[in-house]
Structures are given as C-alpha cells and as structure tokens.
Design a protein around this ligand. Sequence first.
Ligand SMILES: [Zn+2]
Length: 131
Amino acid sequence: MSPSTCWTTPDYHWTVSETLPPCPECASEYTYEMGALLVCPECAHEWSPAASVEAEDESTEIKDAVGNVLADGDTVTVIKDLKVKGSATAIKVGTKVRNIRLVNGVGDHDIDCKVDGFGPMQLKSSVVKKV
Ligand SMILES: [Zn+2]
C-alpha cells in the first residue's frame, strides 16, 4: 500500500542491484561490498554502510524547482547561473550535475553533489531541475 522508497530511474545507472550508496569521499557510484564494509575502487575509501543510511528515516521530500521529487543518485540540471564563492566563473544554466545526494546542508542547501569543473558543493533544490 504505502509506496516504499521510490527509486525512479533517471538516465543514470546503478551498477549494483541493491542500495549501495555512492562513495562519501568522491561520489563514485562504483562502490562494492567487502564483508561489512563498502569499498570505493576509485579512491580506496572504506566505510560502514550503516553510518550513511541514517538519513533514510526522515521522509521529508525534497523537490526540484518544478516540483519533481528528488532522490539520491538523480541527475539534475542547474536552471540559473550560480555565482560560486571563490571562483571567477559561475555555474552556468544547463550544467548537468550527476549523482546528487540529498542532505541537510547548510542553510537551504539540500543537495550535496560534485559539479564538473568546480568540485564538491551543496546546492539548493530550488535551483535545479531533475533530468
Ligand atoms: Zn571514492
């Protein structure tokens, strides 16, 4: 009856069947299990999956600028130019951001992600649109 976590399938591929989260260090999606730990093949980070699942219980939905519900692993595009502190260039409209993570960030920032050319940062869900 009650829909469980709804993993919509954007044009993004989970290479693993279950719910292995992306690497918390480098956001790589190619993580794999090794015993009780998860391992990232790209930066060699190892961590316990239990620690990173705790946010799941809060069923606060985070929506993009047009009301689509966002989920971890979604790909979004930026809908307006964003000035970046400490950078001479802005993140341009239409910039694609892959593999977002929903977080309780600083202020209104509820998306943790890595933007090509800029690196890891937090964005507001109100400035992105799900792809
Ligand atoms: Zn990693």
